[in-house]
Design a protein around this ligand. Structure first.
Ligand SMILES: *[C@@H]1O[C@H](CO)[C@@H](O)[C@H](O)[C@H]1NC(C)=O
Ligand SMILES: *[C@@H]1O[C@H](CO)[C@@H](O)[C@H](O)[C@H]1NC(C)=O
Length: 251
């Protein structure tokens, strides 16, 4: 028999080990050009330095330099300029992206191209989001997901539709939320100016990047905490199993 005392010692030791070892956490920034060719990822990486999440591994197939004047940050991301949520979902592209670069935590900022390029109906964009969340969970049943209500445009007449999409995201995410794989919705629209905070009407300038980081950040920390808690729990289970093995019998 394994004593309760031994179990709790093992759990504490393994918890302490993983607490010093957040390198195991993998984060995928997923989206379109607003994720790919912008500097909020660099600023986010810098903000994480000096925290317990400093060693978080950003993952994804993209590695381009964006003139962010930052040679240190982890550039890996899954931002794809010009891509529609609907097309990514229909052509199952996220399946392979997550196979090549599995993740514990993912952020998604998508829908801009669906609206701006092709004026897709809101319900089709939301259906694509459902497909994408299912792909995330097929890849990792415990995926921690942060979904953005997207930033406004500073050109054209798209913001009415952007706001419709953003309004639809909240009840959709509530309906998809689970304890194992939570979805946090963050509002990247409110307080963001499509003209003043974008460099070209579409992509954030330095001020827009700062706003985006500040909105992602608290939800990302919740996602990191939850992903770490899963890992600590899994390690504690492993430790208990190892102890049981040593004692030469089950409980
Ligand atoms: C620490 O991180 C390394 C590299 O990701 C991993 O191989 C190892 O299992 C981790 N150990 C713990 C206790 O989490
Ligand atoms: C999903 O659940 C988490 C708690 O696990 C909560 O923090 C989050 O706000 C919920 N998301 C939505 C969209 O209600």
């Amino acid at each position: 028999m394994v004593s309760c005392k031994l179990l709790s010692i093992a759990a504490t030791l393994m918890g302490a080990a993983v607490a010093q070892n957040t390198t195991a956490l993998r984060y995928m920034p997923f989206g379109d050009s607003i994720t790919e060719i912008t500097c909020w990822r660099a600023k986010l990486w810098e903000k994480l330095q000096g925290t317990e999440w400093a060693t978080t591994n950003f993952v994804g197939s993209g590695k381009n330099e964006n003139n962010c004047r930052d040679t240190k940050y982890d550039r890996d991301n899954e931002g794809h300029s010009g891509f529609l949520a609907i097309n990514i979902a229909n052509s199952k592209q996220l399946v392979g992206w997550l196979q090549r670069n599995p993740a514990d935590v993912i952020t998604m900022h998508l829908g801009t191209n669906d609206i701006v390029q092709q004026n897709k109906p809101i319900d089709q964009i939301i259906a694509a989001f459902s497909t994408l969340v299912q792909v995330m969970r097929d890849s990792n049943p415990k995926m921690k997901i942060v979904v953005a209500q997207i930033i406004p445009m500073g050109l054209g007449n798209y913001n009415g539709k952007v706001q419709q999409l953003n309004q639809a995201i909240t009840p959709w995410a509530q309906g998809k939320n689970t304890t194992e794989s939570p979805i946090w919705v963050v509002d990247q629209y409110t307080g963001y100016s499509g003209s003043a905070d974008n460099r070209d009407g579409i992509h954030p300038n330095a001020g827009g990047d700062d706003k985006m980081v500040n909105i992602w950040y608290p939800a990302l920390l919740s996602a990191f905490q939850a992903a770490k808690a899963d890992k600590v729990a899994a390690l504690a289970v492993e430790a208990v199993e190892a102890l049981e093995g040593e004692e030469g019998g089950g409980l």
